[in-house]
Design a protein around this ligand. Structure first.
Ligand code: THG
Length: 802
């Protein structure tokens, strides 16, 4: 099936997807004798055929091949990576044979690599991309009809996967699904609108959600999705919220309830319906009987212009004019910033990022134009650093195609490209990048002949640019025209041309936005903000949509001297300079001088590692009291991080950053603490239990516990009970922390507890992981349960006191 055929099909009728694979396999004990479900394809093909057949018989129009975890990184954990081709081919071929009975389609199933991308985890974007590309290549060689990328929780990983599929087979339909919590965000903080922004920008053929929660909660998210995208929507909830009853995971929702919510989803405009964990052929049969071949409900969708980051999408059409793009991340003319960047240090970049966002920047411009530097590498690093600490979308500012492309790849979300100009060669190079990454793009109205003097010439270049945009498939509403700000001191009379160009452009091309780099106007003059803000006012009256500006400065000035100057009524800026020479208006956001302790405290909260070492040294010089640093600064700062996490102001990325910053601080003060004979907060042995190879959650708990001053021995994943208990005995652990991410492996926790009791070891046991609940923890005799890493640190502190 190609994209067009899919589009025609999905516009005409609802498609019934399949139900759960994993929980069905468990139900029949089909996972016995294999180390991972995908191994069934080559070891016990009959078992997986049975599951496929049951959904085909239930009426599925699309079944997913058993290739969910068939990527090199995950298979390598089971020494199966060399068999990746056999596993995928077998999985697809068996599915195709079953599907052929009814003419159903087979989707190649792609999901997470089992770890996060940098900077949340340590998989690089390019490794993720290559891994997905290999999986997608084999799937398309095996002739799947479409690809479904599902159960994704991280937006950058999703970006890598979609780009990889598109690269391998440009014309195969791609549907992408994310997994959300009950609050409507993924575990890494991506909300539904940010997901929509990302998926739409990558031009997928459908988007949706699976797993997550039961159908009732997921319906709320599906409804929101239907109101915010024109793309076909898929809906694959769990049978209900999982509960652990009598040592078994149970999904409490009935098929009838499931159908009821699915019908409501259909009525909101959902086009593809199926089920995830806990659903069975019975559920799918009901869906099929009630919804198969129905016409999809038409939707009325608001027209957005979205830009996004990992955790936030903004609709530019709803923002107050002018849209403010902070210009301060730019080394031009700034010695200290240049020195830091040449050492690959981003402390100033990050403080500029934070300050501009606090002062109301809607978007941050990131310019790494440092002579002699590898700009692609520098802007990639800057994007990663900035996106960890602020959540506004980014404007990627470079004139080099390679730097822009690297930044687009590594940017979590949909960015703005700044910029291309009207030179044919540049348009041919950079417009395809905007198209491929779905970015909005700023175009400067200059061409081969240089900077045009008149408004008419600039509009002519705009027309040329639109011709090329159409040619390369860049949508006109993604375009920002920059009609050029020249400095008024050297180009008198140019302001009028610029303002006229904006006015005419808004009439001629209302679907395109206009933008200016405002601060350029005042180069070489005193009291620059006076001119800048007056100019901005004039430009907004002319219809300007967006301004690249300094959001920390006062934008309320409207000054008659500046106005005369800008209107060409003040030759050589004579009157203006007379009035303002010697007067330098200070920015309103006056920088209060913070003490080293305050700066250190903020650095922990902000997860800013760059200045930890000098700050610790400075504080110790002032007050040689490492215990105070630990108790009054680090732990108190971490408590604030915990509060922010609980109130959903912070998500995992920020918690990880803060934990890393405090670990770093501890590494400097630990040797000093020992001299004072002060003990650590407690000793903890951490492990993911035997049979389970997930360790993202456990690793985060380790980092957070260490940051709270615990001594942590991390035994890794898939650890047998003997090793865990022996280690606890050896080091005299206060606590054993156990993690499991599967309902099938969490039962192993009880075995660890029993062995610990049998050997009379004193350590308290705390447990956690996605399927684990408080009730389960109690039922197996654990001393405590924590729902996340911050909670784990709190629990650990309580357990050592007991
Ligand atoms: N259009 C588009 N993009 C742009 C510009 C534009 N990007 C870069 C620039 N112009 C906008 N950004 C800035 C950033 C800083 C300054 C001006 C414009 C600036 N810097 C001071 C200087 O160079 O003297 C340094 C300030 C300091 O030392 O703190 O003025 O027009 N599309």
């Amino acid at each position: 099936m190609n994209k067009l055929e899919f589009k025609n099909l999905i516009n005409k009728k609802v498609l019934i997807l399949d139900g759960a694979t994993g929980t069905e396999l468990q139900k029949y004990n089909f996972l016995e004798g294999v180390s991972t479900p995908e191994e069934l394809n080559i070891k016990f093909p009959e078992r997986i055929r049975k599951i496929y057949a049951s959904y085909i018989d239930a009426g599925s129009d699309v079944i997913l091949a058993n290739t969910f975890g068939a990527n090199k990184l995950k298979l390598a954990q089971h020494n199966l990576d060399t068999k990746i081709e056999d596993i995928i081919y077998a999985g697809v071929n068996i599915a195709k044979k079953e599907a052929a009975r009814t003419g159903a389609f087979v989707a190649g199933d792609i999901s997470s690599l089992g770890g996060y991308l940098y900077p949340l985890g340590n998989i690089s974007f390019e490794t993720a991309y290559e891994t997905f590309k290999q999986q997608a290549k084999i799937l398309t060689d095996a002739k799947v009809d479409l690809i479904i990328i599902e159960t994704m929780t991280e937006i950058k990983e999703l970006k890598a996967a979609v780009l990889a599929v598109k690269e391998i087979c440009a014309d195969i339909p791609v549907i992408t699904q994310m997994t959300f919590t009950g609050e409507g965000v993924s575990v890494t903080g991506t909300d539904v609108l940010s997901f929509i922004a990302m998926a739409e920008s990558l031009e997928v053929d459908g988007l949706g959600m699976n797993c997550s929660v039961g159908p009732k909660d997921l319906l709320t998210l599906a409804k929101f999705t239907a109101e915010n995208t024109n793309l076909p929507i898929s809906f694959k909830p769990n049978a209900g919220m999982p509960q652990f009853i009598n040592r078994k995971t149970v999904f409490p929702g009935t098929p009838e309830e499931f159908l009821n919510y699915s019908l409501q989803a259909y009525n909101c405009g959902v086009n593809m319906l199926g089920g995830c964990c806990g659903t069975t052929p019975e559920y799918i049969k009901l869906l099929s009987e009630n919804l198969k071949n129905k016409n999809p409900i038409k939707r009325n969708v608001v027209k957005h212009h979205l830009l996004s980051s990992r955790t936030k999408a903004i609709d530019l059409n709803l923002l107050k004019k002018p849209i403010r793009i902070g210009e301060r991340i730019n080394p031009t003319g700034r010695k200290i910033l240049q020195a830091e960047l040449s050492q690959n240090v981003f402390g100033l970049v990050k403080s500029e990022a934070r300050k501009q966002v606090q002062n109301g920047a809607d978007i941050l411009d990131v310019n790494m134009g440092l002579p002699g530097a590898d700009e692609a590498k520098l802007i990639t690093n800057a994007v990663n650093e900035i996106q960890e600490i602020v959540n506004v979308p980014l404007s990627l500012d470079s004139s080099f195609a390679d730097a822009l492309e690297a930044a687009c790849r590594n940017c979590a979300g949909k960015p703005l490209i700044n910029s291309v100009n009207g030179e044919t060669e540049k348009l041919e190079k950079i417009l395809p990048i905007a198209k491929k990454y779905g970015a909005s793009i700023i175009v400067l109205t200059v061409d081969e002949k240089g900077i045009p003097k008149t408004c008419e010439e600039r509009l002519k270049i705009a027309e040329k640019i639109l011709f090329y945009a159409d040619k390369f498939g860049v949508k006109r509403n993604e375009i920002f025209f920059d009609y050029l700000t020249l400095s008024v001191s050297s180009s008198a009379g140019q302001v009028e041309e610029t303002l006229n160009a904006i006015k005419q452009s808004k009439q001629k091309y209302p679907e395109c936005k206009t933008i200016l780099g405002v601060s350029n106007i005042s180069f070489g003059l005193p009291s620059r903000q006076t001119i800048n803000s007056t100019f901005l006012k004039m430009a907004v009256s002319a219809g300007l949509d967006a301004a690249i500006c300094n959001p920390n400065a006062d934008w309320t000035i409207d000054d008659e001297y500046a106005r005369d100057l800008l209107n060409g009524k003040d030759e050589n800026a004579k009157k203006y300079i007379e009035k303002y020479s010697g007067v330098t208006k200070k920015p309103v956001a006056e920088n209060k001088i913070l003490s080293p302790k305050e700066r250190f405290f903020n650095a922990i909260i902000n997860g800013d590692k760059d200045y930890i070492k000098p700050l610790v040294e400075e504080i110790l010089k002032e007050d040689n009291n490492p215990l105070m640093i630990s108790n009054d600064l680090i732990l108190k700062a971490l408590n604030i991080v915990g509060e922010k996490f609980n109130s959903k102001e912070y998500f995992l990325p920020q918690v990880i950053m803060s934990a890393e910053a405090s670990q770093l601080a501890f590494s400097y003060i630990k040797p000093l603490l020992k001299k004072e004979k002060k003990s650590v907060a407690g000793k903890v042995v951490m492990a993911t239990v035997q049979g389970d190879v997930h360790d993202i959650g456990k690793n985060i708990v380790c980092a957070v516990l260490e940051s709270f001053g615990f001594e942590v021995v991390d035994l890794g994943k898939n650890v047998d009970k003997e090793t865990i208990v022996a280690k606890a005995k050896e080091i005299g652990a206060d606590i054993i922390g156990l993690s499991a991410l599967m309902t099938t492996t969490m039962v192993e926790m009880e075995n660890v507890i029993n062995l610990k009791k049998a050997l009379n070891i004193n350590a308290k046991i705390m447990v956690g992981g996605a399927p684990v609940t408080k009730e389960f923890a109690q039922s197996i005799g654990a001393d405590g349960y924590s729902k996340d890493a911050i909670d784990a640190a709190k629990l650990a502190s309580e357990l050592v006191k007991r």
